[in-house]
Design a protein around this ligand. Sequence first.
Ligand code: URA
Length: 209
Amino acid sequence: MNARVTIVDHPVVAAGLSRLRAKTTPPDLFRRRLQEIAIFLFIEASRSWETAAVEVETPLASCAGAVLAKPIVLVPILRAGLGMADGILRVAPDASIGHIGLYRDAETLRPVSYYDRLPVNVAAASVLLLDPMLATGHSACSAASILKAQGATQIQFLCVVACPPGVQQLQSEHADIPIITAAIDPELNGHGYIVPGLGDAGDRYFGTC
Ligand code: URA
């Protein structure tokens, strides 16, 4: 697999992902585990971010400190990406949130944008595009194009489960966007679902299945 794909190899992530995969896991646990895994993905994504030096006054003395050089913008692809944003906000509460809504056209099976609203600082930010499932890659590619059209230059794509066709599609259209995932599953079924995957992430997160 390409060097710009990082699989987060961590026992807590592996255990959480197994809970997500299990069909018996109820929505409350599914939510918690998805949010936790998103935090691990965020930690991996932010590992290489630049910081700027600042001086900090502790109650006892001054010392050298750091601030992130760029603001953080989280962009969940509606609707399952919202669950990842819920988790990451717990460790990056000052992040701004953009939203991108896409639906799949019944005839062309291609994503059509029905909503986007991005923060004004998106061009200057570290942008994390969030969708738990990188399946065909078409939604991820459309969302990345929307982000770039609005000026975003530093984009990383975070997902919980990817599969090879989606990875290849995103890499072929947006080779500059690193992919950070908890797992890469072998294949897509005829309905565009990742197998073994975890089912419909949005339905399971929002309890609509
Ligand atoms: N979206 C999902 O929620 N699950 C998949 O397996 C593929 C796309």
